[in-house]
Design a protein around this ligand. Structure first.
Ligand code: SUO
Ligand code: CP
Length: 314
């Protein structure tokens, strides 16, 4: 594997999930793979899980880790080409990436959607700048439109339960802020590789790009989606059609214990961080797979880094 920015970067995402499960139970030491090599983690946005799980995975593989929080700790980055940089940006993204990747053997980048202009976000300007200017493999730590490390951990969590051909309800839930579509887009991209019945529920106005929903059953009826579901994968996202907006929603989409009672003893899933008692009630969150998903982020990152290191070392 050269880069890891989407399910499409893996020859077989299901194999990657199976490798993740196998790696969890493996006692073998892989520190030789990353010895004398450096992983750079560049954050344009906040992170708890991705930062810690990827760092831990890197240490397990013998890698050194350099973390840069761009906002506040680095110079202001200019993304436009040909700009006369006489304003507040001190460094061009091209120079920053070429310099940063010079210190690293693998580089990870986190960059959220700005939710102002759909075309801008969906062309992935920051991630693509890394892919263009980096001479070392690039890992997405969540980009404007996808979050592949999260999705790998999520499908691993589902496969580990050994429920064959599960019904998976993917449900929108409320949130006080406009959020990107990345986590849900990515989950739908990866879940295609599992044998499952997937139903996606959201209020009118919250339709996702058909590249991700194509082939799945779609509904505006949350109770229909949750009925007999084995997994309830929940996430808020802002509108794709009225890009970045939050069209009014008349019904209550918060996941409650009462709603979960209509599932097939279904497991609640969420990528975290989660706004308790807005997205879902405390009781739902406290009886869910969220900590397993978060723990699986560590082995998912280790699997991806291990594959990349094996390629580099070839
Ligand atoms: N990395 C996981 C999710 C990140 C982001 N959530 C957030 O920004 C939550 C912020 C808040 O709760 O205000 C998202 O939805 O894509
Ligand atoms: N789920 C996830 O990516 O969490 P962080 O944003 O805290 O990294």
């Amino acid at each position: 594997m050269k880069h890891f920015t989407s399910a499409n970067d893996s020859a077989d995402p299901l194999v990657l999930a199976r490798q993740t499960i196998a790696l969890k139970n493996q006692k073998q030491n892989f520190e030789h793979l990353g010895r004398s090599k450096t992983l750079g983690l560049v954050f344009f946005n906040p992170s708890l899980r991705t930062r810690m799980s990827t760092t831990k995975a890197a240490y397990d593989l013998g890698l050194n880790v350099l973390v840069l929080n761009v906002n506040g700790d680095a110079w202001n980055i200019e993304f436009e080409d040909g700009t006369v940089m006489d304003g507040s940006s001190q460094e061009h993204v091209k120079d920053a990436i070429k310099v940063m990747t010079g210190y690293c053997d693998i580089i990870g980048v986190r960059t959220f959607a700005e939710l102002k202009n759909r075309e801008d976000d969906y062309t992935e300007p920051v991630l693509n700048a890394f892919l263009e200017y980096s001479e070392v493999p690039v890992i997405s730590l969540e980009s404007a439109t996808l979050h592949p490390l999260q999705s790998l951990a999520d499908i691993t969590t589902i496969l580990e339960t050994d429920i064959s051909n599960p019904k998976i309800a993917v449900s929108w839930a409320p949130h006080p802020k406009a959020l990107p579509q990345a986590v849900t887009n990515s989950f739908l991209q990866w879940i295609k590789f599992i044998e499952a019945e997937v139903v996606v529920a959201h209020p009118k106005g919250y339709e996702l790009h058909e590249e991700f929903t194509g082939g799945f059953e779609l509904t505006n009826d949350q109770s229909y989606a949750l009925d007999s579901a084995d997994f309830v994968y929940v996430k808020n996202w802002s509108s794709y059609s009225k890009y970045g907006q939050r069209p009014p929603v008349s019904q209550n989409w918060t996941i409650t214990s009462e709603k979960m009672a209509a599932t097939n003893s279904g497991s609640f899933m969420h990528c975290l961080p989660i706004r308790r008692n807005v997205v879902a009630e405390d009781q739902v969150i406290d009886n869910s797979l969220i900590y397993k998903q978060a723990k699986n982020r560590e082995t998912a990152a280790k699997t991806v880094l291990k594959n990349i290191l094996e390629d580099i070392n070839e």
